[in-house]
Ligand binder design. Structure first.
Ligand code: GLN
Length: 445
């Protein structure tokens, strides 16, 4: 159970804050009608009183708009789907409702989850609550910002190449990308189906773990989803030994690397962790490997947006980043290329996956910065290559299909910096235990 406040009291506090601050921050696209929210909060409080409440009772939750929630718009922050209202709940939403989580509304994001800054939304950029001049990161910009702004307790984001971890890092909150296929994608509007995973963003590792535990597991509506067992929240914060690899990868901003290195030094001394450097071959090609696959899969996924059944024709109504990917995907898949670039990318992806599998035979965890650079100012012109470079350290985990998370570890120039903690496929428990120790969870109890 969270804090001492009732669900209703907490909801009212959040609604007030949203009214006061969200005109400026631009985080919510849609807040559920107040009367409905209040009725539901009262119902949840009754259940708590009767001892019949689910595990998410008392938690207020925001949702990225590429996830279907019945009655809400799943616009993907795009004009293409601006009038599209969900007729069904995604599996993750069904599970949240079964555990009495209170969904407050849909938050802003990059258009169709394409972006790293939160600026590609058709509804204007989200501001970083820590410093409103800066981008909050993306593409789950609103999902991280709504936590940092104190608008709700938890949020759902989606991560294809870093979109949960990247904004979590820039906003100073916790974000988890689960192992591929451990969380159902039923009801998630695709960016790139062989990478996409829904995951939680929250104030701390405990809350993020709780939400992850609720949403993951096999789903008959997602045939590739796999059972992954229960997470044990009681183990979080317990002093344990781990074998840690520090990723040997040079990033431009040395201040970020220094902060991460110092934190690892401090924690490993305290808990007796065994630390050594680890090299992962080919990760310097991660961005070039990722994009041909994303363009191809996105092109395929968007063929249904032809203006007949769902919303408007995508090529006519989307923004420049989405159009780049649609046209790029059309080019890559032209028959005269015989799939050359696509298959080459798949081969390198396999090599990177094998590199991680090898590394995780020797160690439990691989640590690096989450994002290699600090966020730019909203509206600042940066090149496409610079924009794509934000994800240099997060994309490898999607290529390998393993799990990773971002935990805030301090600030550079007053801007939050996240540590990326990565573990082998389905080793979330281990990753979360390390995350909780890095966060200082043990001491807070
Ligand atoms: N920034 C990356 C991209 O634009 C990642 C997006 C994501 O994870 N949804 O593809």
């Amino acid at each position: 159970m969270v804090e001492k406040m009732t669900t209703l009291e907490k909801l009212k506090k959040y609604l007030e804050k949203i009214k006061e601050k969200d005109k400026d921050l631009n985080i919510f696209l849609e807040v559920r009608p107040e009367s409905e929210l209040i009725d539901e909060a009262k119902r949840i409080d009754e259940k708590i009183k009767d001892g019949k409440a689910g595990r998410l009772a008392g938690y207020v939750i925001g949702v990225k708009p590429n996830i279907n929630v019945v009655g809400f718009h799943a616009s993907c922050s795009s004009k293409v789907l601006e009038d599209y209202k969900s007729t069904y709940d995604a599996t993750v939403i069904k599970k949240i409702k079964e555990e009495d989580g209170l969904i407050i509304g849909m938050v802003n994001s990059d258009e169709f989850a394409c972006g790293s800054s939160g600026e590609t939304s058709a509804y204007g950029p989200v501001k970083n609550p820590v410093n409103p001049e800066l981008i909050p990161g993306g593409s789950s910009s609103g999902s991280a910002a709504c936590i940092a702004a104190g608008f709700c307790d938890m949020a759902l984001g989606s991560d294809t190449g870093g979109s949960i971890r990247n904004p979590a890092s820039h906003c100073g909150v916790v974000g988890i990308k689960p192992t591929y296929a451990s969380v159902s994608r039923h009801g998630l509007i695709d960016l790139s189906m062989s990478f996409d995973q829904i995951g939680p963003i929250a104030k701390n590792v405990h809350d993020a773990t709780l939400l992850l535990d609720v949403i993951r597991g096999k789903d008959e509506n997602d045939s590739i989803s796999l059972e992954s067992g229960k997470l044990n929240l009681k183990e979080l914060g317990k002093k344990k030994k781990f074998k840690i690899g520090i990723l040997d990868f040079k990033i431009q901003d040395e201040r970020i690397q220094k902060l991460i290195d110092e934190k690892v030094k401090e924690i490993s001394k305290k808990y007796g962790w065994n630390v050594k450097k680890v090299r992962i071959e080919y990760i310097d090609t991660a961005i070039e490997t990722y994009y041909p696959i994303v363009y191809t899969e996105f092109f395929s996924a968007t063929r249904k947006f032809d203006g007949r059944k769902y919303g408007k024709k995508i090529e006519d109504s989307c923004g420049p980043e989405v159009l780049r990917r649609v046209l790029g995907g059309a080019e890559i898949t032209r028959s005269e290329h015989e799939g050359r670039n696509y298959y080459l990318a798949l081969r390198v992806r396999k090599l990177i996956e094998e590199e991680y599998a090898r590394a995780f035979k020797e160690m439990d965890i691989i640590i690096s910065p989450t994002v290699p650079r600090l966020p730019h100012k909203i509206g600042e012109k940066i090149t496409i290559e610079e924009m794509y470079s934000y994800d240099a350290l997060t994309i490898p985990s999607n290529l390998a299909g393993n799990c990773s998370m971002s935990v805030p570890v301090g600030k550079v120039d007053g801007i939050p910096v996240g540590m990326q903690i990565m573990a082998d496929k389905f080793q979330e428990q281990k990753m979360l235990e390390v995350g909780a120790l890095v966060e200082g969870f043990g001491e807070r109890r």
